[in-house]
Every structure is written in structure tokens, then in C-alpha cells.
Design a protein. Structure first.
Length: 69
């Protein structure tokens, strides 16, 4: 998710990859960056990381009854 004032672009993705490479090292360089309008959250506001992982790996999302609408 982008903070206000930033626009999704290839240049921004390249800049983010370069920043991670500089700060964390080549081993942590992401192969791709995907921008999202919003993150899946529970009603209490916690990010549902298992849904993000399931989307990336192509697995079944499982139970999403606690997903914020």
C-alpha cells in the first residue's frame, strides 16, 4: 500500500527494490513488487498475512469469515 502523495509506477517499484538492496543487502532483494489498494484485515484491524501468502502461492484462501468488509 502506498502512502498519500505517492503514485504507483515502475520507477517507484525500482526505487523501492534499490532501497531494500542498499539497506538489507542483495540477499533480501525482492524479485517483484505489487501495489495494492488495501490489505486484507480482520475486524479488529490486524493484517491477515495468511491470505497474502495464499494469494501469492495460489493456495485456497480458507476461512475468510473474519475478513473486514
Amino acid at each position: 500500500m502506498l502512502r498519500g502523495g505517492y503514485v504507483e509506477s515502475e520507477a517507484l517499484a525500482a526505487e523501492l527494490v534499490a532501497h531494500v538492496r542498499t539497506e538489507l543487502g542483495p540477499i533480501a532483494t525482492p524479485s517483484a513488487i505489487r501495489f495494492a489498494a488495501k490489505l486484507p484485515k480482520t475486524r479488529s484491524g490486524k493484517i491477515m498475512r495468511r491470505l497474502l501468502k495464499a494469494q501469492e502461492t495460489g493456495q485456497d484462501l480458507g476461512d475468510v469469515t473474519t475478513l473486514e468488509e
